[in-house]
Ligand binder design. Structure first.
Ligand code: ADP
Ligand code: MG
Length: 660
């Protein structure tokens, strides 16, 4: 330790030194008695402590203190003097002296020095900490002001106020820090009402977990804000402040929401897929049944007297079977087993065709009105899909009117600008509008919002599938059309589809396969291969009545055996595609090995022949099940008449690309 003694009396100085050394203090010292000497000493090496006499011939304690002050040297300054007045002592204290010791009670010196040295050390320590604190605060501020996150410190207790909030808050809330210092509750107002209470609470007792809140910013958008906060405690463990960070996590949250919704959609698609597979399987069996129903109905019609009143009923059976077949076709479309077959058609005609069936299904307590505008443009759409759309609308309307009401189906021309469009890609132009309106229960805005979603239903389990309007939506999208929905709870629902006009062709378009010639037989022989006895029976009866000879086979093996029977005259094989045993094309190959020019036609419940095995050659027609008599006879006639009579050497194998 270095001691500077300001003292004119050398003995007194030595006394002080001895006193201190005697107390165990290890020190060097220098004695000065003038300002100049003291200046010099301070310059050479600043002391750790100064002990000064009060008055000397050429110097005094007050001047010594000033010297130290001027050089900003903060060391203990103890005045040791023979005597000192009260007034002088106070004045010196003001000027920075730390203590006074009288020369005749020098015993006080050691404790005074020891204490002053310790306190000086403490002061230095404090200065260091303070300066470190300042530096770190400076750094913190720098960081806080430059990150996008908002950093805050909120004082709680008797006088709650915002102690600090970083400038990023302006970007986050639109309020600059100064506004918030004046009114911190402005920041609470940002939070959505549901989250506000939690936020206010968290600024009193911060939760251990991050708090995610939704904020509504000035432009009405929702932001997701994550807050991480901690309580600042005093020595007694009392919370005095809350410090925290607010981070805008909107982008991440939206990405997560997006991902979730994609996952949901994927899930839905998977559900639709498995449902589709199920539906496809059912549709196939169902088509066979429908074939029997419509085939039998046709036989009954033929047997009935033209004036028989039951004919109308049988027609209804036929119509229903046709509609049902269209439905199973929808199921096949839905299960992606059947591609769409767009035709240019007259919407009014389809409405008129379905009207009779609809009248019967909707029941007597519902007034059924059809208003079709004449001479509408034609549109391009799969006929069965349009029927399906009308049916779905009507079924929904009926369900919405359990106590009766009015159901109106109407058609009209529409311009694109009077549409409430659901399809933003819609090309402008002329449209045909089909509207189904009811006076039923209507939909709340929430239901209307979701009505077109697949699987959305408000009906009891087993009563609704939620696929009706979803299918409509898909079909309308596919036809490049649009949808409009107006509904009011308790008043009713109006739902319209807008289909773009197709150019009206010169001649009226025939919408059914033209069967002009009388497709009767000149005695050809057909091998009918089908494992479904009833269906095979129907096909056989149709063919027999048209003059064909028929041989039946209920298995592929039988068919191959009959095909190889040279005693049998065969002109054609009419076979089901999906049957147990060998595939249809293997069977045909085997038969054609013996009869290269035999005609072949396939009957399939699936429109996509690939389902029955591998794709069969183009020259083999596929008759979609269920079929009516006219279609079957027409296809059989065409197949027999158009099969080229090529005769191939047997060793060249089967023809027609049946096998690779
Ligand atoms: P589903 O009829 O099997 O429930 P949809 O897709 O056909 O499925 O309809 C979905 C929902 O839309 C229905 O459950 C019903 O809540 C509502 N909805 C559809 N059409 C009407 C209507 N005409 N009146 C009132 N609500 C309807
Ligand atoms: Mg429905």
């Amino acid at each position: 330790m270095r001691l500077l003694i300001v003292e004119d009396n050398e003995d007194d100085a030595l006394l002080v030194v001895r006193n201190l050394r005697g107390g165990g203090i290890d020190l060097d010292f220098e004695r000065v008695e003038t300002a100049a000497a003291m200046s010099m000493a301070l310059t050479i090496q600043p002391p750790d402590i100064v002990i000064s006499d009060n008055t000397m011939p050429a110097f005094d304690a007050s001047s010594a203190l000033r010297l130290l002050r001027d050089r900003q040297i903060d060391v203990p300054f103890i005045v040791v003097s023979g005597q000192i007045g009260e007034e002088t002592a106070v004045a010196l204290m003001r000027e920075g002296a730390h203590d006074f010791v009288l020369k005749d009670s020098l015993a006080r010196l050691l404790p005074a020095v020891t204490r002053e040295l310790r306190e000086a050390e403490e002061r230095r320590e404090q200065r260091r900490t303070q300066s470190a604190l300042r530096t770190s605060e400076e750094r913190f501020r720098l960081v806080a002001e430059h990150v996008h996150d908002v950093v805050f410190r909120y004082r709680i207790g008797p006088n709650p106020h915002l102690e600090y909030i970083s400038s990023a808050v302006e970007a986050m809330t639109g309020h600059p820090p100064d506004d918030l210092y004046d009114a911190p509750e402005l920041i609470f107002a940002m939070a959505e009402p549901d989250d506000r209470v939690r936020m206010v609470e968290s600024w009193r007792t911060p939760p251990t977990q991050p708090l995610v809140m939704r904020w509504r910013n000035a432009d009405g958008f929702t932001k997701w804000i994550e807050q991480r906060a901690v309580a600042v405690l005093d020595d007694q463990g009392q919370g005095i402040a809350v410090e925290g960070i607010l981070r805008d996590i909107t982008t991440q949250t939206l990405a997560a929401v997006e991902r979730e919704s994609l996952e949901r959609q994927l899930h839905q698609v998977e559900r639709l897929d498995s449902l589709g597979q199920l539906a496809g399987g059912i549709a196939h069996d169902f088509n066979n049944l429908l074939g029997v129903i419509s085939g039998s109905a046709e036989f009954v019609l033929d047997a009935l007297d033209p004036a028989d009143p039951s004919r109308a009923d049988v027609h209804s059976i036929n119509d229903a079977a046709r509609m049902a077949a269209a439905l199973t076709r929808q199921l096949l479309i839905f299960s992606r087993l059947q591609p769409s077959q767009p035709e240019i058609i007259d919407v009014g005609e389809v409405v008129a065709d379905t009207e009779r069936l609809l009248r019967r299904t909707i029941g007597a307590d519902i007034e059924f009105v059809v208003q079709t505008e004449p001479d509408l443009d034609l549109v391009t759409i799969d006929r069965s899909r349009l029927e399906q759309i009308i049916l779905n609308f009507v079924v929904n309307a009926r369900a919405a009117m359990p106590d009766g009401g009015r159901l109106t189906v109407s058609t009209a021309a529409a311009d694109h600008h009077d549409l409430v469009l659901r399809n933003p890609d819609l090309a402008p132009g002329r449209f045909v509008r089909l509207t189904v309106a009811d006076t039923g229960c209507g939909m709340s805005p929430e239901v209307a919002q979701k009505a077109f979603e697949p699987f959305f239903t408000t009906k009891d389990p087993g009563k609704g599938t939620g696929l009706g309007l979803a299918t409509v939506y898909g079909a309308v999208q596919e036809a490049a059309g649009a949808l409009a929905l107006e509904s009011e709870p308790g008043k009713g629902t109006r739902i319209s589809i807008y289909l773009p006009s197709a150019a009206r062709p010169e001649a009226p378009v025939s919408t059914v396969v033209a069967v002009n010639t009388d497709p009767t037989s000149t005695g050809e022989h057909v091998l009918v291969v089908d494992d479904n006895d009833a269906l095979r029976g129907i096909s056989k009866r149709i063919l027999l009545r048209a003059g064909y000879h028929v041989t039946e086979a209920s298995t592929r093996d039988d068919a191959v055996r009959l095909g190889g029977d040279t005693d049998l005259e065969l002109d054609m094989v009419l076979t089901d595609v999906v049957m147990p045993g060998i595939s249809a094309h293997e069977m045909i190959d085997a038969i054609r090995a013996h009869r290269p020019s035999i005609s072949v036609a396939l009957m399939s419940g699936y429109a996509d022949p690939a389902r029955g095995g591998r794709l069969l050659s183009d020259d083999i027609p596929i008759i979609a099940k269920p079929f009516n008599a006219a279609t079957l006879l027409h296809e059989v006639r065409m197949a027999i008449d158009h099969t080229p009579s090529v005769t191939l050497p047997i060793e060249q194998g089967p023809r027609g690309g049946v096998s690779p």
